[in-house]
Design a protein around this ligand. Structure first.
Ligand SMILES: Cc1cc2nc3c(=O)[nH]c(=O)nc-3n(C[C@H](O)[C@H](O)[C@H](O)COP(=O)(O)OP(=O)(O)OC[C@H]3O[C@@H](n4cnc5c(N)ncnc54)[C@H](O)[C@@H]3O)c2cc1C
Length: 403
């Protein structure tokens, strides 16, 4: 949509044959909505998000409210990933942008540049944008090796289901009577509950210590017996709802080190989104930062012109890196503050509610397109020099670990 908006012709290749309503809660912040509105999407996205004004951060055991924060300060609009995805797909179809389904990209020729599909077809373009997710093949091309995900030391059990039946239990009824978001924080553990569609759909995500294998998958079944052990001393009201859950997913939270470049050596294959800047769930910004990156790359390509793709892609990565990195670290910071807050309480000290609030507010007023226009001259002058001297400064000095 960002590329179309800037006047480019786009072709999308997707390996999945058919999109399903996958995943669970995903946050879209005002920083992303500002851009999406320009691309013709806004009201239908807002309608998908949770309608409650506030979310509560609670004591793991007692459920006592330790802090209350406007939802818009926290994650923005929290809706089902599949519903947001469908809204994006509808708009893409309306704009007449072709999505070629069932097209697995198996290799790149960065100099043509071109992609080769599993069926042998080769497709050329002026620039290739690889938004191919956390297990990106294109990242391997850019880095020159396959990098290894690092365990964050945590995993999430997650479940999303029709929550109507929970209304029958007076213990947990309050969490399904209307849309609401609550977070229980304990020692090295937290539970997020998100109720959508006026109580019709219920989601919980339990983040806990986990040092077992680090397979990155959205589809690994979770062990409800283990969940029940972890929530033994959780607030009995939310525990009642969790215990009634039939099945859940087990999602290991993996880190990926920041990478020194998002662009291939030819400067014509650009990584975007989770392929180059994955976020922890506590940042609540994975999709929003991917949206910002899309806007910035498309605008850079327009400003540089079709004949100067290297200038555009190299300015894009420089414009994006610092903000994205700060946002990634924000996710680590809030998780660590949540997981240690009870120590303060148990030591008999008074806890400042600010200490457990999500500090995302600074992210939302940002206009990625306005920022690009403002910094273009300065950053493009630096990049022009680097390209002339064939000496691109790395974004980050530490190389990730090889698989
Ligand atoms: C199944 C799934 C469930 C998720 N659930 C949640 C959730 O519940 N909450 C949350 O906050 N985030 C979730 N995410 C992550 C979230 O969607 C992303 O952080 C965010 O949307 C950024 O998106 P992205 O486009 O960079 O990557 P993704 O959303 O991962 O999209 C990458 C796309 O590239 C396609 N692809 C990958 N490799 C190839 C290839 N070789 N050839 C062609 N196509 C390819 C994939 O099929 C996928 O459609 C989920 C991601 C996935 C894939």
């Amino acid at each position: 949509m960002a590329m179309h908006y800037q006047g480019f012709e786009v072709q999308i290749f997707e390996k999945i044959h058919k999109f399903l309503r996958l995943g669970d809660s995903l946050g879209l912040g005002e920083n992303a909505l500002r851009l999406l509105e320009r691309w013709g999407l806004h009201d239908n996205l807002v309608a998908i998000g949770n309608k409650s004004e506030f979310m509560q951060i609670r004591h793991w055991k007692s459920g006592e409210i330790m802090a209350q924060q406007p939802l818009m300060d926290m994650a923005g609009y929290i809706g089902h990933r599949g519903d947001y995805h469908q809204a994006f797909l509808d708009r893409v179809a309306e704009l007449g942008i072709p999505i070629h389904m069932g097209c697995n990209v198996v290799s790149y020729d960065e100099f043509q540049p071109s992609i080769t599909l599993e069926n042998g077809e080769v497709h050329k373009a002026d620039v290739i944008i690889a938004a191919d997710g956390i297990k990106s093949l294109a990242r391997e091309l850019v880095l020159g090796f396959q990098d290894k995900p690092k365990s964050s030391g945590y995993a999430c059990y997650r479940a999303y289901f029709k929550g109507e039946f929970l209304k029958e239990d007076p213990l947990c009824r309050e969490f399904v009577e209307k849309e609401c978001v609550n977070i229980w924080i304990g020692h090295d553990v937290h539970m997020v509950q998100n109720t959508l569609r006026d109580g019709e759909e219920f989601n919980w995500i339990l983040t806990h210590k986990d040092t077992t294998d680090i397979e990155e998958s959205w589809f690994q079944p979770g062990d409800m017996d283990d969940v029940k052990k972890i929530i033994e001393n959780l607030d009995p009201r939310i525990a009642a709802a969790v215990k009634k859950t039939k099945e859940c997913l087990d999602w290991k939270i993996c880190y990926r080190d920041p990478i020194p470049s998002w662009i291939s050596k030819s400067h014509k294959v650009a990584l975007l989104g989770d392929s180059c800047h994955p976020h922890l769930p506590t940042s609540a910004q994975g999709a929003s930062q991917a949206t910002e990156s899309g806007a910035v790359l498309a605008l850079c390509l327009k400003l540089a012109g079709k004949d100067n793709v290297p200038l555009a892609t190299r300015v894009y990565e420089k414009l994006r890196f610092d903000r994205v990195r700060k946002c990634q670290l924000n996710g680590e910071d809030v998780r660590d503050r949540w997981h240690s807050a009870l120590k303060t309480v148990e030591a008999g000290e008074k806890l400042d509610p600010e200490e457990v609030m999500i500090r995302n507010r600074w992210l939302y007023p940002f206009d990625a397109e306005a920022d690009t226009l403002q910094r273009w001259n300065e950053v493009s002058a630096v990049v022009e020099k680097e390209l002339r001297e064939n000496k691109i400064t790395p974004l980050f000095n530490v190389m990730p670990v090889q698989a």
